[in-house]
Design a protein around this ligand. Structure first.
Ligand code: UTP
Length: 287
């Protein structure tokens, strides 16, 4: 079984739910406490053993590449002033470890993943949607890689969603269950609650086999007129092993304003440098 060494980060979406913040900056550069969403996702991938990060970008997304580049001027000034560069550690990678490819038109998540096909090649790969901020130890992708090492095939991150919210997710038809692992028997993109096969939703982490690329090349537009990753994955069920892993940790949907505000609060409360002041503020406004 080939190891998972590459990860695709689809970051070409328009982020319309977060306007006006995302008019001139990418959604993935929105900051939770002191680092942009993309950095949390890249750190999670690195922890899971990923060696190459592939950004699928679009126009106006240059800041994402700049964030992981060497900032000569900034570093020279900081060194000159005797300031430590520790805060930049998570943004440094060897040449070639971060590459990007453009999705010229935002035709959907499935299309964005397909745009990375030449760089992915003939290997299993991970997909991380940075607006799903996953907090856990070990990280979400590391938990999924452990499951992959046992069962192989394709793996999605599964989460129970409120039954009335199925129309916001790809929903799983579950088969047999073994602890946190659920066999995936079917997948439907954004079903209405009355048509949903369960309330087990797919959230933004995947491990996929390279055969998905030829499937994505041939499926037409699905829900919302977009090329849907869910439809591509559904076509692999029955041909290859397919499982969902229920993540042991917290997910914050940072593509949504409320989720983003809660993420800032939740992560601030986990940080020794800011938690005491934030906790004191919360106590003050509650009292
Ligand atoms: P979303 O459904 O959250 O879309 O995409 P979006 O455009 O980012 O945000 P809204 O809904 O307009 O506010 C899920 C993920 O898929 C990527 C997005 O960047 C995000 O990571 N995506 C989506 C692409 O890369 N290309 C696409 O054509 C569509």
């Amino acid at each position: 079984m080939k190891p998972v060494r590459k990860a695709v980060f689809p970051v070409a979406g328009l982020g319309t739910r977060f306007l006006p913040a995302t008019k001139a900056i990418p959604k993935e550069m929105l900051t939770v406490v002191d680092r942009p969403l993309i950095q949390y996702a890249v750190e999670e991938a690195r922890e899971a053993g990923i060696e190459q990060m592939i950004f699928v970008t679009g126009r106006g997304k240059d800041a994402l590449e700049d964030h992981f580049d060497i900032a000569y001027e900034l570093e020279a000034v900081m060194k000159g002033r005797g300031k430590p560069l520790d805060a930049l550690v998570g943004t440094r990678f060897p040449p070639g470890a971060i590459v990007s490819v453009r999705q010229q038109e935002p035709l959907g998540l499935g299309h964005a993943v397909w745009c990375a096909r030449e760089i992915v090649g003939d290997e299993p790969f991970a997909v991380l949607l940075p607006d799903d901020l996953m907090v856990g130890r070990p990280g979400c992708l590391a938990q999924m890689v452990s499951a992959y090492d046992k069962v192989g095939g394709n793996i999605v991150c599964a989460q129970e969603v409120a039954p009335e919210r199925t129309a916001s997710y790809g929903i799983i038809t579950p088969g047999s269950r073994d602890g946190r692992l659920t066999e995936v028997k079917g997948l439907v993109e954004k079903p209405k609650p009355e048509e949903a096969p369960s309330n087990l939703g797919v959230v933004g982490r995947y491990i996929l086999q390279p055969e998905i690329m030829e499937v994505l090349a041939n499926i037409g537009k699905g829900a919302g007129g977009e090329i849907q990753l869910t439809d591509g994955m559904a076509a692999l069920i029955g041909r290859q092993p397919f499982h969902g892993v229920t993540f042991d940790g917290d997910r914050h949907d940072c593509g949504d304003k409320t989720g983003f505000v809660i993420a800032n609060l939740a992560l601030a409360l986990r940080r020794d440098d800011v938690a005491p002041a934030v906790r004191a503020f919360l106590a003050e406004i509650e009292g």
